[in-house]
Design a protein around this ligand. Structure first.
Ligand SMILES: CC(=O)N[C@H]1[C@@H](OP(=O)(O)OP(=O)(O)OC[C@H]2O[C@@H](n3ccc(=O)[nH]c3=O)[C@H](O)[C@@H]2O)O[C@H](CO)[C@@H](O)[C@@H]1O[C@H](C)C(=O)N[C@@H](C)C(=O)N[C@H](CCC(=O)O)C(=O)O
Length: 515
């Protein structure tokens, strides 16, 4: 419960009508979810306009409204006009829950690729140190005993500040969260008190949402540009966009590099021969954080997650660890124990051949995945590729181009494509244009396409003639029943002789999680 007048102090009201002093029970941005005594914040959305749902909000008990345009016909209803409803929702939510993100160390992670893995790695280090942590991202929101699969990478501001409040109630001291470009654009992280922010890499993605690459970069960059003075920004000197922000923030800067050898932290002697990275981190000059001063030194790191991209993700996580004054040994242990995130180059089966599962979502991440595969040794690559339905021609062309660009390095002459990325009846339909653009790019690159309507048929084909030392990549095979479960069923059919116990643990665990 809060007083309306007090809550309004957190936003800039341009005009107001029918002001009253009210007790407010909460906030809502969806008329259907309004509960008695709440403020309804009207948002002009992409699909519809929240201002048109005031009647429903009021009949559900809204006692005040926040609007961007004056609404006629509400003579008794307190009405407050603001410049930007989304930013106001964030500020009001932060005030209503009494600034919960200020009660904990908050780490905001953005990048085009690796946000999820980086936040999981960071959380692993913080947990290894015995801290009470919270994690918010694409896969899950998790703190204490609470764990919920998520729909958005970054929740709507009201939900986000509510999570922080619940975390504060459970004495969470450190929260790591993924921050998407859409979230930055739509003010979902408004009024969040970040202590550490990072932008690790940026490549083409969501141009459809942002209009141009420049606008997309500006959205991402705002996390760094708007960071407060006493916070830290972790920037990657190997990425020119990330590095360009050094001069543009009030935050203290901690830089790192893997390739250029510059910065406060440098990755040295990288060994990727087994697919899983071993390297040393050099602290190049004294680094003072809180009560700790790290003198120049090097320490070893061994990752359990495969791939070159994991090195970059881990450099961010290591930096966050150091900024929280966590000892090297704890950082080492946390990273070694961390086994990876679902469907992020996940080794779901590893025996005489391997099955990898990857979300394969966009051009940038496909490049990362295929460049990691290129560093592995295998006989034949079987790519089971789920064409992305309802994502548009541009996304499908770019994804197909990424496959085509890597095909010769990977020895890829055939793609086992499927029109369905899931096993359920509720699927995104692949349009004719999306299929055509995929086939055109494959034809031009001289790659044969074996097209299956259903995902399980495609996986069955891939596994029917799999040989020793082959790699099967489940690429974008997501949905309610992800590829891993179908792969296990097909594997049982294709290899009846295979002893269940030889199945690699993650595949069994994944399937157990799905069933
Ligand atoms: C494009 C986009 O981001 N849309 C988000 C946006 O929806 P919107 O503005 O289009 O909302 P709308 O449907 O037009 O409705 C406008 C307003 O009317 C309200 N309304 C609507 C109907 C009704 O009956 N009553 C009512 O009050 C709605 O609650 C809303 O406040 O605001 C909604 C509420 O927060 C979000 O759920 C929705 O995310 C959609 C589901 C989504 O898919 N977003 C994706 C693109 C996204 O955000 N992805 C990023 C990751 C991608 C990245 O890296 O950028 C993420 O963070 O997950």
């Amino acid at each position: 419960m809060a007083k309306l007048n007090e809550l309004l102090q957190s936003i800039q009201v341009l005009e107001s009508w029918n002001e009253k002093d009210l007790d407010i029970t909460g906030l809502a941005y969806n008329s259907r979810k309004v509960e008695p005594g709440q403020i309804f914040v009207c948002i002009k959305g992409f699909k519809t306009d929240g201002h048109t749902y005031i009647l429903e909000a009021v009949s559900n008990g809204a006692t005040a409204i926040i609007v961007e345009d004056y609404q006629e016909g509400w003579d008794d209803l307190p009405q407050f006009r603001v410049e930007d409803s989304r930013a106001s929702l964030a500020a009001l939510a932060d005030a209503f829950y009494n600034h919960p993100s200020q009660a904990m160390k908050t780490v905001g992670i953005t990048a085009t690729n690796g946000k999820t893995s980086t936040s999981f790695m960071t959380n692993a280090i913080l947990e290894e140190h015995g801290l009470k942590t919270g994690l918010i991202g694409t896969v899950v929101v998790k703190f204490g005993d609470y764990s919920e699969p998520t729909k958005l990478t970054t929740p709507e501001s009201l939900d986000l500040h509510h999570y922080f409040a619940q975390m504060r109630d459970q004495n969470v001291s450190h929260v790591t969260m993924e921050v998407s470009s859409s979230a930055l654009d739509l003010k979902r992280v408004g009024s969040v008190d970040f202590d550490i922010v990072t932008l690790n890499n940026i490549s083409r993605e969501h141009i459809d949402l942002h209009g141009s690459f420049e606008e997309y970069f500006n959205s991402k960059a705002s996390l760094i540009r708007e960071a407060k003075e006493d916070s830290w920004a972790i920037l990657n000197l190997d990425d020119s966009y990330s590095a360009s922000l050094i001069e543009e923030t009030k935050a203290q800067i901690l830089t790192f590099s893997v390739e250029t050898g510059d910065g406060d932290l440098v990755c040295r002697n990288l060994d990727l021969s087994t697919g899983r990275a071993k390297f040393q981190v050099e602290i190049r000059k004294p680094l003072s954080v809180g009560t700790t001063t790290y003198e120049p030194t090097t320490f070893d790191i061994e990752l359990s997650t495969p791939g070159y991209h994991s090195v970059y993700n881990s450099m961010v996580a290591i930096a966050v660890g150091l900024l929280n004054e966590i000892p090297f040994e704890t950082i080492q242990k946390g990273l070694k124990a961390f086994g990876g995130v679902e469907r992020r180059f996940e080794m779901v089966f590893e025996d005489d051949f391997k099955i990898l599962d990857d979300h394969f979502a966009n051009y940038g991440n496909i490049n990362v995945t295929l460049s990691t595969l290129e560093q592995m040794s295998y006989e034949d690559l079987k790519l089971v590729y789920a064409i992305r339905g309802s994502r548009g021609v541009t996304v499908n062309r770019e994804n197909a181009e990424a496959i085509a660009e890597w095909s010769s390095q990977l020895g890829l002459t055939e793609v086992i494509a499927t029109l369905s990325d899931s096993h359920t009846t509720e699927k995104d339909q692949v349009t004719e244009e999306e299929l055509d653009v995929f086939q055109d790019v494959m034809n031009e690159a001289g790659i044969r396409v074996l097209l299956y309507k259903e995902l399980d048929e495609a996986i069955e084909h891939a596994l029917s003639d799999v040989q020793k030392d082959d790699v099967v990549l489940l690429a974008g095979c997501q949905g309610m029943d992800p590829g891993a479960k179908i792969a296990l069923e097909q594997l049982n059919k294709a290899r009846p002789e295979m002893d269940e116990e030889t199945l690699f643990k993650p595949l069994k665990n994944r399937v157990a999680g799905i069933l």
